[in-house]
Design a protein around this ligand. Sequence first.
Ligand code: CP
Length: 309
Amino acid sequence: MTKDLLGLEETSEKEIRFFLDSTETFKEVLSRPIKKVPTLRGKTIVTLFYEPSTRTRMSFELAGKRMGADVSNIAVSGSSIEKGESLKDTIRTIEAMGTDLIIIRHGKAGAPHLAAKTTNACVINAGDGAHEHPTQGLLDLFTIQEKKGKIAGLHVLIVGDIAHSRVARSDIWGLTKMGAKVTVCGPPTLIPVEIAKMGVSVSYDLNSVLSSADVIYVLRLQLERQKKGLFPSIQEYIQYYAITKERLAQAKTDALIMHPGPMNIGLEITEEVAASIHSAIQEQVFNGVAIRMAVLNYLLGGKEHEVDS
Ligand code: CP
């Protein structure tokens, strides 16, 4: 890996394994009465989000602060980006203030890669268009491993809006590298034909694939990114693809339900399913802080750094 974390496509199985193993250590730190280690004392981290976020931005901020770093947040609203400052100039300005690591979310695929080329600071991709969201992928892998005891050999079913989902792409890269079998399922208009080249099976019939899934990963229907009607109606989507109590009854008795959030409750998933004993959605959020501590430690603290020194 380079100085940056831009995607799981370019992250090796060994590196993914290292992130998952070191996340265990940081979860232990987060269970202590004082949830702090001095690993990143003196380091400066900036989050630069061109799109909204609750989980990713807050968990990176908490992760940095719990490791002793100084963390600043820049949102588009209220910054000089509103005056037309370019991405490159914004990155150079942030670097000039002595920043060690920039976490960027952007609506355009490739924006974090441009940022990484522009600066000597480390860059983490916190979501770029429909391309990748690598730390979401890592926290999903960690949560699956924690709940199921393994990843290799599991059948993971990813349901819904594959076309617009950076989470789906990072999960597919990560899961296939770790030996899981992945099926994507949704309306044909929301599944790009080239997705099969990523080594996944494709199904348009949810009822035919539900019963063999160990993990049912429900995606948010990204209505804000859809410029044209890609399915006839919301009611029709719910009828064929929503994860409901009735559909969950067709799944394995120990099937795990996951969702990256934010959820459209009553659309792609019901409240009942999201709150059921099958659901690992809250664990995903909880694990988000520890996985991001592991990533910050790797990029800024060094692989060999003692966590609890
Ligand atoms: N899963 C995820 O990226 O959530 P946020 O948009 O709240 O960061």
